[in-house]
Design a protein around this ligand. Structure first.
Ligand code: ADP
Length: 447
């Protein structure tokens, strides 16, 4: 098949040749007449087919595309091919889109695409169901107009999306959702919602079970402990040969009581899903009390002595629940004492307690010069009953629950626990609090 340019060229050449031939045999006028008539016809045919193309474009239907003639036949054939190809691509795209829609609808999680300005761009039917959205009416509306929970709004604007966010549905309080934001593409965000109701129920059952068992054990243990103490104190009640066994029994009941108390503390903190009772805490005063307790604990240990240093930025207070934070800080300091033996050269172990600002965040830190922890254990330390050295933990009155309690208290205060350690040299445990919890204090100046 001839190229379009060749066809046009051939026609013009043929017209010129015929006109020249006519010029030779019939003169210039006849040649000019034939040439201009030919050109006019040629132009008219183009105008005709252009008009046909315009009519077709108004309602482009592949079945009624004009056939054309000469050069236009080629153009219409190419147009037909192009349109068929387009239709094929469109069909493929449509079926991919349909498959994508089916897949996202089948997902148990809900997905919402948020624009850079946090407006809803698209969502799946499950997201509509879980979050009470309606894509038809809510498209382009800001998500904060529809999910009005103040904690969710803080999570959205905070920009820290590493951890998911738990939300009790305001429409159905029985429904517990886990929301996670994932930034993607052009400053857009993907909001993933997951129904956690069943898992939460199982977790509540587990917590209730532990709390109930601990409660049930507390009373008989108190009775047994009481009798053991009374018998030991009564002159002649316990034969001298059995005194040692009685002392061991007393020691073990005290240990069990401590474990039960810690289990109850842990389940109280865990089941308290509400916010902590926030008030401004005078950290300088609190840490002084913690230091005094630590000195007492250190003196209570028969073999070891410690020097406890305190460095506090008194211009910095914290908003939080004082009882919970005192318990967390005391736990970390008591661990530092219990895992720091006597120093061979100085004769005493050293503990450094500090409170101050670091990159805009408030940090409570306890550094010890103790036994240290091998790297492989660090990640697991906050698990319940995880101990690097069971016998040392037991010897020093440990329950294996201290760091679990610390972790949960810190989570409730949106803080994180950082642990760094070198075996044989010591460890540093730091609680890092977000800016939002810091209260700056203007110290009174003396003149
Ligand atoms: P425990 O009551 O056994 O101390 P914790 O939950 O407080 O339980 O701590 C878990 C484990 O972490 C401890 O058994 C100990 O092995 C390790 N650990 C905690 N603090 C320190 C520390 N300052 N130095 C060395 N090891 C520590």
């Amino acid at each position: 098949m001839l190229d379009i340019r060749w066809k046009a060229g051939l026609f013009v050449c043929a017209l010129i040749v015929i006109s020249l031939f006519l010029w030779l045999i019939s003169g210039a006028t006849a040649a000019l007449l034939v040439f201009s008539t030919g050109l006019l016809l040629y132009l008219s045919s183009h105008i005709f087919w252009l008009h046909q193309l315009r009519i077709w474009f108004k309602a482009p239907d592949l079945k009624v595309i004009p056939e054309g003639f000469g050069l236009w036949e080629d153009i219409f054939t190419m147009l037909l091919k192009y349109e068929r190809n387009n239709k094929l691509i469109q069909t493929k795209l449509n079926s991919s889109l349909e498959l994508f829609n089916l897949a996202t609808s089948a997902m148990p999680d809900g997905l919402v695409i948020l624009s850079a300005g946090n407006a809803i761009e698209w969502c799946t039917p499950n997201a509509e169901k879980q979050l009470g959205l309606n894509l038809t009416t809510d498209k382009n509306l800001p998500i904060v107009n529809l999910i009005r929970d103040s904690h969710f709004i803080a999570y959205l604007y905070n920009g820290e999306y590493d951890l998911p966010f738990k939300l009790q549905s305001w429409r159905n309080p029985e429904l517990i959702l886990e929301l996670q934001l994932v930034p993607f593409a052009n400053q857009q965000k993907l909001l993933i919602s997951r129904d956690m109701t069943q898992l939460e129920k199982v977790d509540i059952m587990r917590r209730d079970f532990i709390a109930n068992v601990s409660h049930e054990l507390r009373t008989p243990l108190t009775v047994v402990g009481g009798f053991l103490e009374t018998l030991s104190d009564m002159d002649g009640a316990v034969p001298a040969s059995l005194k040692h066994y009685f002392a061991l029994m007393e020691e073990q009941t005290i240990r069990m009581r401590r474990i039960i108390e810690d289990l109850l503390t842990l389940s109280t903190i865990e089941s308290n899903t509400g916010n902590p009772d926030d008030s401004e805490i005078d950290i300088a005063q609190l840490l002084e009390a913690v230091q005094n307790d630590a000195i007492g604990l250190s003196q209570g240990l028969k073999k070891t002595k410690h020097k406890i240093h305190l460095d506090v930025d008194a211009t910095l207070n914290l908003s939080g629940a004082i009882d919970e934070l005192r318990s967390a800080f005391s736990n970390l300091v008591s661990n530092a004492i219990r895992y720091t033996p006597e120093n061979k050269t100085k004769g005493h172990g050293e503990i450094f307690i500090s409170w101050g600002l670091r990159d805009g965040e408030a940090v409570f830190s306890v550094r010890d010069t103790g036994i240290g922890i091998e790297l492989q254990h660090i990640e697991r330390l906050t698990e319940r009953f995880y101990r690097v050295d069971r016998s040392r933990s037991r010897e020093t009155g440990g329950t294996g629950l201290g760091l679990s309690i610390v972790k949960h208290i810190l989570i409730r205060h949106q803080a994180k626990l950082e642990i760094s350690s070198r075996l044989g040299l010591g460890s540093t445990f730091s609680a890092v609090f977000p800016k939002s919890r810091i209260v700056h204090v203007a110290l009174a100046t003396t003149t």
